[in-house]
Design a protein around this ligand. Structure first.
Ligand SMILES: Nc1nc2c(ncn2[C@@H]2O[C@H](COP(=O)(O)OP(=O)(O)OP(=O)(O)O)[C@@H](O)[C@H]2O)c(=O)[nH]1
Ligand SMILES: [Mg+2]
Length: 417
């Protein structure tokens, strides 16, 4: 409970509000009027006056009626968790795409509230047999909002298509997406791996846009890594849905790097939240039917420098997460515990993955298969080519799925040990 309020406090801080007091009530069934019991509302009112505060934040979602009633009873602005998150997203969106995504989520949040707000008003006016101006206005507003929603959806679909085309045009290089709870250190890991100056902040939702970097993982291999928007407990669903175009990048990746704040007391709950969101966003499944295998996840336990016993921690989590690796992604000079060793472990896991995803293979292309030869030059990294009896022998770094496809077509493929 404390951790949940702690997190709401972080959200408030990120949104630019200073927390002056907190209170909670255990409720079996929230009341439709205030959510809280009458006594608690009185207590809250006293607190507000004493502390001179101007805003109340609720960790639970409030119905539009509860929100309105509370604002009237307390005479201050009341926001629920969803509204705070939307507010943060709105101020943090930079790119045109992120702005559209946030606007879409805001309108979807507004739509049902608008209805109830106007219903409430027209009841006050309530003339018999009168189709009051409120109702007409409501219809007009609703129609305008729905129209705007569909325009935004269409434009975001176009963005997603454009991205998909771009992905197809890229040269073959394995890709991974950094996913995880907000503030776990996704951007920091990308910064440490790439050496680029990427925006990092001890605030929630520092990153709203997908940022992609090609990273050298050693041994002549490169990996394309994408940073993504973080997840949080009780993330509004229309918000996740509207970030579809951004998350598509992660969905198309060869593997996922699930970055976890190992030093956070509630990291296990955070892992569950992220995995649930990923399941909802349908991440485990390939959209490409030619590659139906489940996506591999590497669990990256970050902030290892803050752990009292990093080795003991790793031994313990490996029982549940065999593909776990420890990282510390802040500049090495700032690390208290130099044993925790940077991102080298992760880099070498990526190198192994790149080798597995793009094994070097020898492919015997029969005479007259010019098309296949051209396809290899386009989709694989050709290292060597030699004329042999009855065709051409190509040595190339080829994606594993493509090798499977070639084999199914009866092409002679060998992978040297
Ligand atoms: N001590 C320590 N701090 C870290 C480490 N990695 C990240 N941090 C800090 O954690 C905070 C969040 O880091 P970010 O990289 O912005 O986290 P993020 O996951 O990208 O967060 P969002 O984009 O907000 O979802 C920053 O203050 C970082 O300096 C680490 O390995 N050790
Ligand atoms: Mg970030």
């Amino acid at each position: 409970m404390d951790e949940h309020l702690e997190e709401l406090g972080q959200l408030a801080d990120t949104a630019g509000a200073a927390v002056v007091g907190r209170t909670f009530q255990r409720i079996e069934a929230p009341t439709p009027t205030f959510y809280l019991g009458q006594g608690k509302v009185e207590e809250l009112k006293g607190m507000l006056t004493r502390m001179g505060s101007t805003l109340v934040l609720f960790d639970e979602p409030l119905s539009p009626a509860q929100g309105t009633n509370l604002e009237q009873a307390l005479a201050v602005r009341v926001m629920d968790r969803t509204e705070v998150i939307l507010d943060i997203f709105a101020t943090r969106a930079r790119s045109a795409e992120a702005k559209m995504q946030v606007e879409l989520a805001q309108l979807e949040y507004l739509l049902p509230r608008l209805t109830r707000m106007w219903t409430h008003l027209s009841r006050i006016r309530g003339g018999i047999g009168l189709r009051g101006p409120g109702e007409t206005q409501l219809e007009t507003d609703r129609r305008a909002i729905r129209r705007k929603i569909s325009v935004l959806k269409k434009r975001l679909d176009d963005v997603a298509d454009h991205r998909a085309n771009q992905r197809q045009g890229r040269r073959p290089c394995p890709s991974a997406a950094l996913v995880g709870y907000t503030n776990a250190g996704k951007s920091s890991v990308l910064r440490a791996l790439s050496g680029d100056d990427i925006f990092v902040e001890d605030r929630l939702f520092a990153t709203l846009d997908t940022l992609t970097r090609e990273v050298d993982v050693g041994g002549g291999y490169r990996f394309r890594l994408s940073d993504t928007v973080g997840f949080i407990r009780k993330l509004p669903h229309h918000l996740v849905a509207s970030f579809r175009a951004t998350l598509e990048e992660a969905r198309a990746a060869d593997l996922l790097l699930h970055v976890i704040d190992a030093a956070h007391p509630a990291w296990e709950e955070q892992v569950e939240v992220v995995e649930r969101e990923l399941r909802i966003a349908d991440f485990g499944l390939r959209i490409d039917k030619e590659r139906p295998e489940r996506k591999r996840v590497i669990y990256v336990f970050n902030k290892a420098d803050l752990l009292p016993d990093p080795d003991g921690f790793l031994a313990q989590v490996r029982e549940q997460y065999p593909h776990a690796v420890l990282t510390s992604s802040i500049p090495q000079s700032a690390i208290r515990n130099p044993q925790s060793g940077g991102v080298d472990g992760l880099r070498s896991i990526l190198r192994t993955s790149a080798q597995a995803l793009r094994p070097v293979a020898t492919i015997r292309v029969p005479m007259g298969e010019g098309k296949l030869l051209a396809a290899l030059h386009r989709d694989a990294e050709v290292l060597q080519e030699a004329q042999v009896d009855g065709g051409v022998e190509v040595t190339a770094r080829v994606e594993a799925w493509l090798l499977g496809k070639l084999r199914r077509q009866g092409i002679d493929v060998t992978i040297p040990p």
